[in-house]
Design a protein around this ligand. Structure first.
Ligand SMILES: [Ca+2]
Ligand SMILES: [Ca+2]
Length: 382
């Protein structure tokens, strides 16, 4: 009886396997998840980061210093030099072949163990070095890497008093120094951070009183300033936002540790200066014209119009209508920098008599969305 049941079980497994193959091919368009080689050490509250296309897993609970690396090409894990310090809730990010592990709680104890230690793993030498400590110890903070520097934001400071902090602490590997930059508008912990086109976005998490918020704030290293942007629809605990092609994706991580499946994506938009019918004003458009409307995207002190991909630009009544029929790079406004001039068939713009403004949308070659508007006067339209 036992062998029969084992045989039946085996056949069932094969059948199930075939079903999975069929199912997988049917659903390829939605993507597939596969189970890969398991990490050598089971753990939770670990820190992870990527260097040279390799996924590193460092520390975590229970009381671990284990440092293990996964190679996606070979689907294998290797055990590397252990981290000097055992911690949980640390943050990690890869920069130029090295993994930076900062903060967290020593020996799995966030009541007394919150730390400011920065340890750096060098893949080339399989060795760790201790670098300059972060000014303010923190755990449950967020981390990002922009332009070769480490950005650590918010979290909970040492306990007691375990104050939630708003600090933005920035580490420069070139000089082994920390700088304290403009703080977030309000202290937050269990937040997430991600980078899109050189801007750091601090996403959701909770205020000092543990109220979860859907706040999203954007930090621009060029101006050392924060801007509040559109809130995320769903509040999150310790989200892991990731930027891909100009869009910030946030998956899972429900408030208070609630498991959720929700994936939300944020597309930042840069407002650009445009000039319809450059050099003339008012910007007269005859909606019945069979000709073209010239529109310039102007280079300014904060935006380089030559970074716009002309093939992504649309112009018209709402900014989504006409694709350009011609474009060129030239100094349209004679201020010494190069602008982008585009022409659109008037009949493609959707502009009708009585309209008072028109808009343009597009993307930079790096995937950053841009938009701009200018006034128009429709003529003759009597
Ligand atoms: Ca004009
Ligand atoms: Ca110019």
């Amino acid at each position: 009886m036992k062998s029969t049941s084992r045989l039946t079980k085996g056949m069932f497994t094969i059948l199930l396997g075939l079903m999975v193959v069929v199912f997988a091919s049917d659903t390829f368009a939605q993507g597939t998840w596969t189970t890969k080689a398991p990490m050598p050490t089971a753990r939770v509250f670990l820190a992870t980061g990527v260097i040279n296309g390799h996924l590193y897993a460092v520390g975590g609970s229970p009381g671990l210093t284990a440092n293990e690396v996964y190679d996606p090409v070979t689907n294998t894990w290797a055990i590397k030099a252990s981290a000097p310090t055992s911690r949980i809730e640390a943050s990690a990010a890869g920069i130029a072949g090295k993994l930076y592990v900062v903060g967290g709680c020593i020996n799995s104890d966030c009541r007394i163990g919150t730390t400011n230690i920065l340890e750096v793993y060098d893949e080339a030498t399989d060795s760790w070095a201790t670098k300059a400590a972060m000014p303010t110890a923190s755990h449950q903070m967020a981390i990002g890497a922009i332009g070769g520097k480490l950005y650590v934001v918010g979290g909970d400071g040492p306990c007691p008093p375990c104050n939630t902090i708003a600090a933005l602490q920035v580490y420069d590997p070139a000089t082994d120094t920390w700088a304290t930059k403009a703080a977030m508008p309000a202290p937050r912990h269990v937040l997430g951070a991600g980078e899109v086109n050189g801007i750091l976005y601090a996403v959701s998490g909770a205020l000092a009183d543990d109220t979860f918020v859907n706040t999203v704030e954007a930090y621009d290293p060029a101006t050392d300033s924060w801007t509040t942007v559109a809130p995320i629809p769903t509040v999150r605990t310790e989200p892991q936002p990731q930027g891909i092609n100009g869009v910030l994706y946030v998956a899972g991580s429900g408030p208070g540790g609630t498991p959720i499946a929700t994936l939300e994506a944020f597309t930042p938009v840069i407002e650009v200066a445009i000039d319809i019918t450059p050099g003339s004003f008012p910007n007269s458009i005859n909606p019945r014209s069979l000709g073209v409307v010239p529109v310039a995207i102007l280079t300014t002190g904060t935006f380089d119009a030559t970074t716009v991909d002309p093939n992504t630009v649309r112009f018209g009544r709402t900014g989504t209508e006409a694709a350009p029929v011609h474009f060129a790079l030239q100094d349209v406004d004679g201020d010494g920098d190069i602008d982008l001039i585009l022409q659109f068939n008037t009949q493609d713009t959707g502009i009708v008599c009585g309209e008072t403004s028109a808009s343009l949308t597009g993307q930079t070659f790096g995937g950053q969305a841009v938009e701009g508007s200018d006034s128009i006067r429709t003529v003759p339209c009597k």
